[in-house]
Structure formats: C-alpha cells, structure tokens
Write a protein that binds this ligand. Sequence first.
Ligand SMILES: O=C(O)CCC(=O)C(=O)O
Ligand SMILES: [Fe+2]
Length: 277
Amino acid sequence: MNPLDFDPQTLTAAATTGDGAAMHRLAVLNAMGLGVRQDWRAALELLARSAASGFAPAREEMQLLDPVDLARWLTPPPPERLSVSPAILAIPGFVPSEVCDWLRARAEALTEPALVYDRATGEGRREGVRTNAAAVFELQRMSVTLALVRERIARAAGLPVPGLEWTQVLHYSVGQTFDWHVDWLDPALPGYADDLARRGQRIATCLVYLNDDFEGGETAFEAGDLRHRGRKGDALLWANTLPNGAIDQATRHAGLPPTSGEKWVLSQWLRGRAPTA
Ligand SMILES: O=C(O)CCC(=O)C(=O)O
Ligand SMILES: [Fe+2]
C-alpha cells in the first residue's frame, strides 16, 4: 500500500483483498469523515476487522479501547467554568488514563528533544530559552483512538470536527516553556491572510493533560492571573474569540516551565469550520 494513499476507493479495494493496513486507514477516514461520510459504527467495525486480520496497530487500539463505549466517548463530561471573560472551562475526567499513556508513548516516539548544537562540546544540549518540543499527529499518524479524542473535543467545544487542526502533543522538560502568546491568528498580519481565508479563525483551544507527576508547568493566563494545572486526563477548553467573532485580546497565555519532572499535554486548536479547498 502506498503510504501516501488515502483515497477511499483504493483503500476499499485493498481492504476487500484482506489488507489490514488498508482497513485501518479506512477506519480512520470513517471516524474522521474524511473523503467519506463520517460513520463511527463503520469505523469501529473496520478497526475490528483490521485487528482480526492481524494488523498490529489495529490490535493495539482494540486492546486499548476494549470495549469501545461509543456513546460514552461521544458525550463529554460536564465542564466547570474557571473564567467568564476570557471564557475558560475545565473538564475533569475527559480522557481515560490508559489512553493518556498511549498517546504519550506515541508522542514520545515522535518527539525530537529540543536540543541545540553546542559548538564548544560538539554535543546537543538543552537550551533554556528554546520552547518545548512537539509531536504533530498528521493524517499519516492518525488512529481511531485519537479520532475519538478529537470527536469528544469537538463536541465539548460545540465546533465541527473538520475544523480541527492536526493534534499536537507537547513535551516540556524542566525549565522549558511555551512562552506568552495568543492562539488566534492576527488578522492584521498579511502572512496569515491566506490561512484565515481558507480555514477561518482559531476559535478555541483545548488541552488535555496527559500526566500530572511534575511540579510547576501550569497553564497561565494573564487575565485574572489565572494558573491552572489539570490532573491526568483532565481537559482545559477556552475560547480565543469573543461571541461576536472578534479576537479576544485577553486570551494571552503561556505553558509555564515544570520545576521538576516532565509535562506532556495534548494541544488541539479548533477552527470554526472545515477548510475550503
Ligand atoms: O502547555 C500549556 O499549558 C499551554 C499550551 C498552549 O498554549 C498551546 O498549545 O497553545
Ligand atoms: Fe497556546
């Protein structure tokens, strides 16, 4: 199977001949509604068939999700409001602990440590000012499990799944930080014009804390001097825009550096709509 091939027809043909990798890829497309109409039942059926064919990644996901409680995945737990303006919600118990571990392990395999080349020693060393490292889960790396997490995030935010950017998992070692920033794209900057026209604004951000065995490392908001650190599996969801659609200047925030241990967090940026071609 061509690693770049995500054409549903090609995949369906391959799946008919018993190709487990094609079945898994089709499961992902059905879960995301990408190139096909979104169909969670079909996605889970394809995942089961792929696992039964012996395709190892599908078997792993089946084991992880077993038994898949679809209704539960599709119903996010009730949020707690941390702030009205900016609008920030905490959602405890958003992702099961074993799924957090799995996502972290997959990110760990992908994340390049944030090293800079030290001319004196010729070795890589950590640089304090360098931002945290990130693993991007683009389509090639997508799984039914991550599609379930993304679906749950979209539902919690009340925004469409096709508007979700590729999910990232961020990693912070002691002292590493995601410095003060906003997640909305500045409409005043010409460099963002094309992207804004095609994809729309980043209306919301959702974080899922994948571990909590570290000190420091809070998510901090300038407004109200808010600092938040969820437990493993908890989500933090906030709006980057005001109800009238304008960017919310009060959403400046940072990922503060852990003072001991390391922090793993899933970061999901959400647009308000599917991209135009
Ligand atoms: O790690 C954090 O707490 C903040 C992450 C963040 O700001 C982002 O992903 O946009
Ligand atoms: Fe951010």
